[in-house]
Design a protein around this ligand. Structure first.
Ligand SMILES: Cc1cc2nc3c(=O)[nH]c(=O)nc-3n(C[C@H](O)[C@H](O)[C@H](O)COP(=O)(O)OP(=O)(O)OC[C@H]3O[C@@H](n4cnc5c(N)ncnc54)[C@H](O)[C@@H]3O)c2cc1C
Length: 256
């Protein structure tokens, strides 16, 4: 498959404003939905970027940012995905919408983008719905049939909350270069025996165990892409630096 630029022909990831129609709404997890939105023919984005949305009739100039969870390849089919967790005023309004409704959208924006010209391993570290931009990057690489090693460290509270779980397990079974390390931070004790992944927050010790295991024999310094809350990002950066990974290898996106 061609790269973003080749596949998209003359399309450029330049910000523009457009009216996106909701084509489909997909239930991903309790309180998490994917909104599949239409986009103009000449529009695309880089894996990891986000769009801004407005509901001017309801909230005036107030706006929210949402990372794109699909790969840029989908824009050739006229759509892109936002995967959103129900939380406050904007998301409650989004939950009242239906297929055919229109959302004022502007984008793409952001520098939290996959380095598509590199062959270094890609390590994603995500908390909850913070997986969205990282999943766009990994979907892009998988659709490109890239041989780059990919490791996703993915933290959630309960098993039901793991967004894209089936797709992740499928990729891990199918692709020798893709691995996911799941952890749950609030698993009820009576469910421990059924959970095959890790428990508790990711730590320096977890990265020290799994990075050499999955990146064995690779000399390139991995590229780290971290997305989640500010405390999660800060503690992850400290852990990676203590393990000797350089600051330049770490990119992050703060959601809250
Ligand atoms: C670059 C960027 C990309 C983003 N991408 C996504 C995305 O892909 N999917 C997505 O669901 N959200 C994403 N967000 C968050 C999104 O912009 C909104 O903040 C979120 O949807 C809540 O908006 P709201 O109006 O429903 O809640 P508000 O009414 O604004 O919520 C009130 C307060 O809760 C905090 N808050 C909101 N959500 C959470 C949460 N889940 N956990 C802890 N605190 C929270 C906010 O900081 C705010 O102070 C992204 C944010 C940024 C900056």
């Amino acid at each position: 498959m061609a790269t973003v630029q080749e596949a998209e022909g003359k399309k450029k990831a330049r910000a523009s404003r457009f009216e996106a129609e909701i084509i489909e709404i997909i239930d991903e997890a309790p309180d998490v939905k994917t909104f599949r939105l239409s986009c103009p023919q000449d529009w695309t984005f880089l894996p990891g970027q986000f769009v801004m949305i407005w509901f001017r009739d309801v909230f005036g100039n107030d706006k929210r940012a949402y990372s794109i969870s699909s790969s840029p390849h989908t824009t050739a089919q006229g759509f892109f995905d936002l995967t959103i967790k129900l939380y406050g005023k904007f998301t409650h309004h989004l939950w009242t919408l239906d297929v055919g409704d229109i959302i004022e959208t502007r984008g793409p924006f952001g520098r939290f983008t996959l380095n598509i010209d590199s062959s270094a391993p890609v390590v994603g570290i995500a908390g909850g719905v913070g997986v969205t931009p990282i999943f766009s990057m990994m979907r892009y690489l998988i659709e490109q049939k890239s041989e780059r090693k990919m490791v996703l460290f993915y933290s959630n509270r309960q098993p039901e909350e793991i967004v894209f779980f089936k797709e992740l397990i499928y990729y891990e079974k199918l692709l020798p270069n893709f691995h996911v390390v799941n952890t749950l931070t609030r698993l009820k004790p009576e469910r421990h025996w059924r959970w095959p992944g890790l428990r508790g927050r990711f730590s320096k010790e977890v990265y020290a165990e799994y990075l050499p295991k999955y990146l064995d024999g690779i000399l390139d310094i991995p590229e780290f892409y971290i997305c989640g809350t500010v405390p999660m990002i800060e503690s992850t950066i400290i852990a990676l630096q203590e393990l000797g990974y350089p600051e330049e290898a770490i990119k992050f996106e703060k959601f809250w």
